[in-house]
Write a protein that binds this ligand. Structure first.
Ligand code: C2O
Ligand code: CU
Ligand code: CU
Length: 449
């Protein structure tokens, strides 16, 4: 159930990613999907700090596409992580990413980013993981663990483009919720594991809209990394919620022979509950529980020590000198019941305009951003290229100790974060990672000079 893996050699990884529809195996039959190299998720790319990653993107779709490396701290300019590039059907583009030698290790991902087609393409299957590994991955408590990636998606299941891409305007307004959660393209997979081992899972929420509150019954687990790499120390993963675009790395102590499950719940706590009264969330009620994965452990009982000690040194921005403060107000307007047409999705009152630069910042400065949410729905806020730290939130969540690139902004709430624009000049975007909201305008352009 693991995606194919492509690994860098001698400081470089060179590959072709072909974006194209394909039929994938599904419960003895087939399902239609949009894929990279014929699979959904696409291949896992495994690289190291200092590597050069070169991707030739070929567009075998009927709509324009491009490629974004979500979470990588690389240049947004030229042939690097430039989301303003457009690759027409039949065309290709060669991306070259120079990964800095001091890039944090962690779980990142790639997906299309052509404004207007992002939600459709990602929801239909186009996403893959990028792992950056460094020497810390070979030390305790990670050495000796069994590593797996888990890409969570919830596509429409069907045998034709008409079914899989046939979303209504109402779906697009409140978010696309498909036919159940898949792990690496499989529904409710069963994972066989051995007692006496520690599992290490890199979990990515690649869904277009859905939040995943995750609950593991049967084993203890700890979160060791979030979006931008390791936390300073492991934390109990009880209550883990992964918003669209977010990642979490967890360790799972397999200490006895049992059958454990990961479940997820449709819940109001994510702020999505506000949409319930409208028959939202694909018709499922708040509180409905769905199995994500079953873990079957066999072997003699064994003691598996909890991970302890320091994982990482993260320079905290809490005491940093803030050079500039800004506010971003996320809002939805218009008729909610009108089928979605006429809805507006804005940041500071404006919809995305590719010709307008919304924010100009300076290399070498630290900014504090307060992101407010005036709408009845949660929005996961995302910034490209420059990771941030969450300082404070309206719902008093404990901010994670590591770097983030997506943060949930609860309905009617706010978050405060700090960004260090330490390097890389250029133009890129920040946006809501409910991808229909992004496609409909909840996105702005930042230029760093
Ligand atoms: Cu995951 Cu702007 O992207
Ligand atoms: Cu991104
Ligand atoms: Cu949103």
């Amino acid at each position: 159930m693991q995606p194919a893996e492509l690994v860098s050699r001698d400081g470089a990884l060179d590959l072709v990613l072909e974006a194209a529809p394909a039929m994938l195996p599904w419960r003895g039959g087939e399902r239609w999907a949009l894929t990279y190299n014929g699979s959904a998720p696409g291949p896992t790319l495994r690289v190291r700090p200092g590597d050069r990653l070169r991707v030739t993107l070929r567009n075998g779709l009927e709509s324009p596409t491009n490629l974004h490396v979500h979470g990588l701290h690389v240049s947004p300019a030229g042939a690097s992580d430039n989301v303003f590039v457009m690759v027409d059907p039949g065309g290709e583009h060669v991306y070259e990413y120079l990964i800095p030698a001091d890039h944090p290790s962690g779980t990142f991902w790639y997906h299309p980013h052509h404004h207007g087609t992002v939600a459709e393409q990602v929801a239909a299957g186009m996403a893959g993981i990028i792992v950056i590994e460094d020497p810390l991955d070979a030390g305790p408590p990670i050495a000796g663990t069994t590593e797996r990636v888990m890409v969570l998606t919830d596509p429409r299941i069907g045998t034709s483009a008409e079914v899989v891409l046939g979303w209504s305007p109402m779906d697009m307004m409140r978010g696309r919720f498909g036919d159940g959660v898949l792990v690496n393209g499989t529904a409710q997979p069963v994972l066989d594991v051995a007692t006496g081992t520690m599992e290490r899972w890199r979990i990515l929420n690649a869904s277009a809209s859905r939040y995943y509150p995750l609950r593991l019954d049967g084993f203890r687990w700890w979160q060791i990394a979030s979006d931008g790499g390791r936390l300073t120390a492991p934390v109990d993963a009880t209550g883990l919620v992964i918003a669209p675009g977010e990642r979490a790395e967890v360790l799972v102590a397999v200490d006895r022979a049992t059958t454990a499950t990961i479940t997820t719940t449709w819940q109001a706590a994510t702020g999505m509950g506000g949409m319930d009264g409208m028959g939202g969330m694909g018709g499922r009620g708040s509180g409905a529980v769905e199995t994500v994965l079953t873990v079957v452990a066999s072997g003699p009982d064994a003691v598996v020590a909890a991970p302890s000690g320091s994982l990482n040194r993260v320079e905290s921005l809490v005491d940093a000198v803030v050079d500039r403060s800004r506010t971003f107000r996320l809002a939805m307007g218009g008729m909610m019941m009108g089928g979605g047409d006429g809805m507006s999705f804005t940041i500071n009152g404006a919809s995305f305009d590719p010709q307008r630069i919304d924010v100009t910042a300076s290399v070498g400065t630290v900014e504090e951003w307060t992101v407010t949410n005036a709408s009845p729905m949660a929005h996961p806020f995302h910034l490209h290229v420059w990771p941030f730290q969450v300082i404070e939130t309206s719902d008093r969540r404990t901010p994670p100790s590591g770097w983030k690139d997506v943060v949930d902004v609860p309905a009617g709430g706010w978050v405060r974060l700090r960004v260090a624009f330490a390097d890389f000049a250029g133009r890129t975007v920040y946006h809501c990672h409910i991808l229909d909201h992004e496609d409909r305008g909840m996105m702005g352009i930042i230029e760093v000079q």
